[in-house]
Write a protein that binds this ligand. Structure first.
Ligand SMILES: C[S@@+](CC[C@H](N)C(=O)[O-])C[C@H]1O[C@@H](n2cnc3c(N)ncnc32)[C@H](O)[C@@H]1O
Length: 275
């Protein structure tokens, strides 16, 4: 079966929908990418054209069409210990400060745009390593959210290629991963560590963020690169509102926050603090 062509009009219909619903801003040069990522699905699901798929998408009330769209259109690239300077800073500076200031023995950490889980699991290992025996006295659950159900399912399953563990210390590899039966190429996060991360589907473009308590730290790295300035600035303000005073926001190293539009205090590249 030949892949369908996408017209400019069809591209704008779909990219308009994607921006409105998910904040992801696809410029016209991404036309080939959209065709490449959606083309096979459009053909296999029996649609005559991208227009037919779009019409089904806007009418569909089951959630299947948007789920399929999101699973294909999002970029889920991630890896353990990504941008490791963040984790060093988190362990050496942020955690001791938060613990000192904490009124109760709990830390609320949110990995927003967690993809397949490598970021929140890196944080969970780091917390275990930091607290050691004292960890039992602390409630440090990590909330990990993403738009893509495929990515979340991988995170919940917690199975990764053995080679992907190479950035991690040897002691972490043996402590937090187990062998996968009959599959020597993959390893699995231990049940205990899985219990430290709560995966949830959550669209950062939701009208309301109804989290019960403020967060101490939010990681939203390599997510806002897909958004335009206006969308990014609004989201940064919402993160600000979700943090407790003294809380931290980590963004990707290739991202910046316009300090004229944001009340955040700049700490160092890609790290901000709510004063
Ligand atoms: C490149 S990954 C980044 C993963 C991880 N934070 C890291 O830095 O390695 C970007 C993730 O953002 C998610 N994402 C994009 N738009 C989103 C939205 N509106 N709401 C929630 N997640 C979104 C994508 O599904 C994708 O998994």
């Amino acid at each position: 079966m030949r892949m369908k062509e996408i017209t400019t009009k069809e591209f704008f219909l779909l990219s308009g929908y994607i921006k409105e619903a998910y904040g992801i801003n696809l410029k016209e040069e991404k036309k080939a990418l959209v065709k490449g990522r959606l083309g096979n699905m459009v053909t296999q699901q029996g649609f005559q054209s991208f227009t037919d798929f779009y019409e089904y998408l806007v009418k569909d009330r089951t959630g299947k069409a948007s789920r399929d769209l999101v699973n294909r259109i999002t970029t889920n690239h991630t890896y353990f210990m990504r941008e490791k300077e963040h984790f060093h800073f988190f362990q050496q500076e942020v955690l001791p400060a938060l613990i000192k200031e904490a009124g109760t023995p709990d830390l609320r950490i949110w990995s927003a745009g967690c993809s397949s889980g490598e970021e929140p699991y890196t944080l969970a290992m780091l917390l275990e390593d930091y607290f050691k025996q004292g960890k039992k006295q602390w409630d440090t659950k990590i909330l990990a959210t993403d738009l893509s159900e495929n990515a979340l399912a991988k995170g919940k399953e917690g199975r990764y290629p053995a080679a992907s563990l190479s950035p991690l210390p040897e002691s972490w590899k043996s402590r937090y991963f187990a062998k996968v039966p009959k599959d020597s190429s993959r390893v699995e996060i231990t049940a205990a560590l899985k219990g430290e991360v709560i995966f949830r589907k959550f669209n950062l473009m939701e009208d309301r963020f109804s989290f019960k308590k403020p967060f101490d730290v939010i990681f939203c790295r390599n997510v806002m690169i897909y958004f335009d300035e206006e969308t990014k600035n609004k989201l940064v303000q919402r993160f600000y509102d979700q943090l407790r005073p003294g809380g931290y926001l980590f963004i990707g190293h290739s991202e910046t926050i316009d300090r004229r539009c944001s009340p955040f205090q700049y700490i160092k590249p890609a790290v901000y603090k709510k004063g």
